[in-house]
Design a protein. Structure first.
Length: 238
């Protein structure tokens, strides 16, 4: 059986990871993958990306870096995404991964003109999502954890917009049959997003944001979290 590849392009706060695991751990847990059915490559740390043909699917994680940083490993990952998509490898890009996928496949990623989105947001499915194998069973509106400064300002040509939101119009998309990007974080739980709000509290307050109101948005997100399991099932059933 082919494994699912986790393309690690960043991690959470080092001290938080020590007690709670890192992005790849949260992702694997959300996909309900057993040991031996997945592997992780830390491209941010310089590890080489493998041949996409050797895997059943790939997840590109979030990152505290920005797509526009234009670091060498970012360019290498963009090239890998293009080759993986051309080869038909199912892909799921999360937050930074979503933005990087959009950028790699012909769209545009950059800073959101309205600034940071953080907390738990309402994600609204589009009409196109009714035919999508991952999104079609979700409620029309469901909560998703968000924390990002950049966004996919422009989707790749021909991409299907699957979900939108009041702050970010491009909350989810699909290119071709099986390359998905989600701006929200299906791998985060409520304690994780509260941690991110706390870490950014001073900056949010300095920019005039109501931190108490942001905290009040936080709630559990079982519907968005289910996308990880649905993606894994899609990959392993092919």
């Amino acid at each position: 059986m082919q494994k699912i590849l986790i393309v690690k392009v960043g991690g959470t706060f080092t001290d938080y990871a020590a007690g709670h695991g890192d992005f790849e751990d949260w992702t694997v847990r959300g996909m309900s993958l057993e040991d031996g059915t997945w592997t992780s490559v830390n491209v941010q740390a310089g590890e080489a990306l493998p041949d996409p043909a050797a895997y059943a699917g790939g997840v590109i994680t979030g990152s505290h870096d920005m797509v526009t940083d234009a670091l060498p490993w970012i360019a290498d990952t963009e090239a890998w995404i293009r080759s993986a998509a051309e080869a038909g490898l199912p892909l799921l890009g999360i937050c930074f991964g979503h933005q990087l996928m959009a950028h790699a496949l012909g769209g545009l990623a950059d800073y959101h003109p309205d600034g940071v989105e953080i907390g738990t947001a309402d994600i609204t499915r589009t009409r196109a999502s009714a035919e999508d194998p991952l999104f079609r069973g979700l409620p029309e509106v469901f909560p998703g954890h968000v924390t990002h400064s950049q966004t996919a300002l422009k989707l790749p040509e021909g991409a299907a917009l699957l979900a939108t939101g009041s702050h970010d119009p491009h909350q989810a998309f699909r290119v071709g049959e099986s390359a998905w990007g989600v701006q929200f974080h299906p791998e985060f739980d409520a304690p994780a997003i509260r941690e991110y709000i706390e870490r950014r509290e001073a900056d949010l307050a300095a920019s005039g944001r109501d931190v108490a109101a942001i905290r009040a948005t936080v709630r559990d997100t079982p519907e968005s979290a289910s996308l990880l399991r649905l993606f894994a099932e899609y990959c392993l059933a092919r």
